[in-house]
Ligand binder design. Structure first.
Ligand code: BG6
Length: 478
């Protein structure tokens, strides 16, 4: 077998509980943030603007996450399809609200624990390694409303209870963990990651960074507990990485791109991997009047319990200019920036840049020198089911081929250690940013539509057979 990907490379796919499980009222599950987010383009507006009340209003909106793709009942069928593709790993999240429905109970919910036992057992039946995100935009709504989300230090205690419960229960079933999905997304979308809506611009900085501090402490508590309870386990942080390119050689733009990258891409990983606040953040804190409440022992905890690896999502790069007009903004791209003249964009305005993945891998490895895990990457696209039932998603295959090639080059030519690749939404699921079903990423099509209609039937797309061959040849056939 060609050695271009290391033996044991974790090929697979990635998902999140709130975007696929459904079973929203079942198993004593409590309400979480994703449950109160409506479907459709309205969602993005809610996520980016102040004043969200975290209430369900069915007279105005639909809520696609409530049914998801019904993985809660169909996990056996879905896992069998993943096994048919030859998955070595499956990234999924545990819904905190299945284990602690309100978040602040003292005892874990047995029905929730038992559900994930069944899922992990099913994965192991086929030799698929579960890779588990502990918190993927699924904070219990009770912690949002009664405690103010991650702004409140008490939430750290609730999180500690949650991680102890899941590590103890699944210690023989799960070896790979990660703490907070895309932790740095809290800078753009605090509702999903941090559990609160920014009310006034002037509160933004203090609230956001205090909440991050609590998550960093919670992350170190989780790392410590994971290593103690599950010997041989590996636990990572999880960030969005979108390399920031300067628009041109104007030194002002180069400096600006560097500053943006450090603040958005690196800040959280700096703390979680190196175990300390980076020097550059002090002047930023001073400039924005941020004074963190850091308790005795926090800094030692951060230093002693750093993560084992960096998991990251990569969808696009970002191009920046210090002074930009509205006209120049990259349309639809949630990470903003200006349009890059060398790149095409997806139907949702996400600029497609396979080389950017290699750039990201290099930047991350240069800075941290710890193993990297590409846990999200993929193309959200409209798919068409042909008369004969086939789905010919060549555009998706092209996207994935080019990104996997970039990763292969990073391993072989740049000497980077990569643990695995779990492409996003290996089975179609509800989009996180827009709540749409029509933004599809999967190798497996799910018959469900934006208006809620559909049979939920699963169908193999052309990319299903392509990815199966990629895995079978360990990335030799692309
Ligand atoms: C990441 C998230 O931001 O990107 C996923 O971790 C999300 O939850 C994925 O689904 C793709 O984004 P979207 O908005 O297209 O679903």
């Amino acid at each position: 077998m060609n050695a271009s990907f290391p033996d044991g490379f974790l090929w697979g796919g990635a998902t999140a509980a709130n975007q696929m499980e459904g079973g929203f009222y079942e198993g004593e599950k409590g309400l979480n943030i994703a449950d109160v987010l409506p479907g459709g383009k309205e969602r993005l507006k809610i996520l980016m603007e102040p004043g969200f009340d975290f209430e369900i209003d069915k007279t105005k909106y639909s809520y696609p996450n409530h049914e998801g793709i019904d993985f809660y009942h169909r996990y056996k069928e879905d896992i069998a399809l993943f096994a048919e593709m030859g998955f070595k790993a499956f990234r999924m999240s545990i819904a905190w609200t299945r284990i602690f429905p309100q978040g602040d109970e003292l005892e874990a919910n047995e029905e929730g624990l038992a559900f994930y036992d069944r899922v992990f057992d099913e994965l192991h039946k086929y030799g698929i390694e579960p890779v588990v995100t502990i918190s993927h935009y699924e904070m219990p709504i009770n912690l949002v409303k009664e405690y103010g989300g991650w702004r409140n230090r008490e939430v750290v205690t609730f999180f500690e209870r949650y991680v102890n419960a899941i590590f103890t229960r699944y210690k023989d079933k799960v070896k790979y963990w990660m703490t907070f999905n895309e932790i740095n997304s809290g800078l753009m979308m605090p509702i999903m990651g941090l559990g609160f809506s920014i009310e006034k611009e002037e509160d933004k900085y203090q609230a956001t960074y205090q909440a991050f501090h609590h998550q960093f402490v919670a992350s170190s508590i989780a790392v410590k507990a994971c290593h103690e309870i599950i010997p041989g386990s590996q636990i990572g942080c999880m960030i969005i990485f979108a390399p920031v390119y300067p628009f041109d050689a104007n030194p002002e733009n180069i400096l600006y791109a560097h500053q943006e990258e450090r603040l958005f891409n690196n800040f959280c990983a700096d703390v979680q991997v190196r175990g300390e606040y980076p020097a550059f953040i002090n002047s930023y804190f001073a400039k924005h009047g941020i004074e963190l409440d850091i308790r005795e022992g926090d800094l030692e905890l951060l230093k002693e319990h750093t993560v084992d690896y960096i998991a990251f999502s990569y969808y696009m790069s970002r191009t920046e200019k210090k002074e930009k007009s509205e006209m120049e903004q990259a349309q639809g791209n949630i990470l903003a920036g200006v349009k890059n003249p060398f790149l095409n964009a997806s139907d949702w305005g996400w600029e497609i840049d396979p080389t950017g993945l290699r750039v990201s891998l290099n930047k991350l490895y240069d800075r941290y020198e710890v193993p990297l895990f590409v846990v999200e990457n993929g193309l959200g696209a409209y798919d068409e089911v042909e008369q004969d039932g086939s789905i010919n998603d060549d555009y998706r295959i092209d996207y994935l081929r080019e990104h996997i090639t970039a990763m292969k080059d990073a391993i072989n030519e740049d000497g980077i250690e990569i643990m695995g690749y779990t492409s996003w939404g290996c089975i179609d699921l509800v989009s996180a940013s827009t709540g749409e079903m029509s933004k599809r990423y999967g190798y497996i099509y799910v018959d469900k539509h934006d208006d809620g209609s559909g049979t939920l039937e699963r169908k193999k797309k052309k990319s299903f057979f392509w990815y199966k061959d990629v895995i079978a040849t360990n990335g030799e056939n692309l």
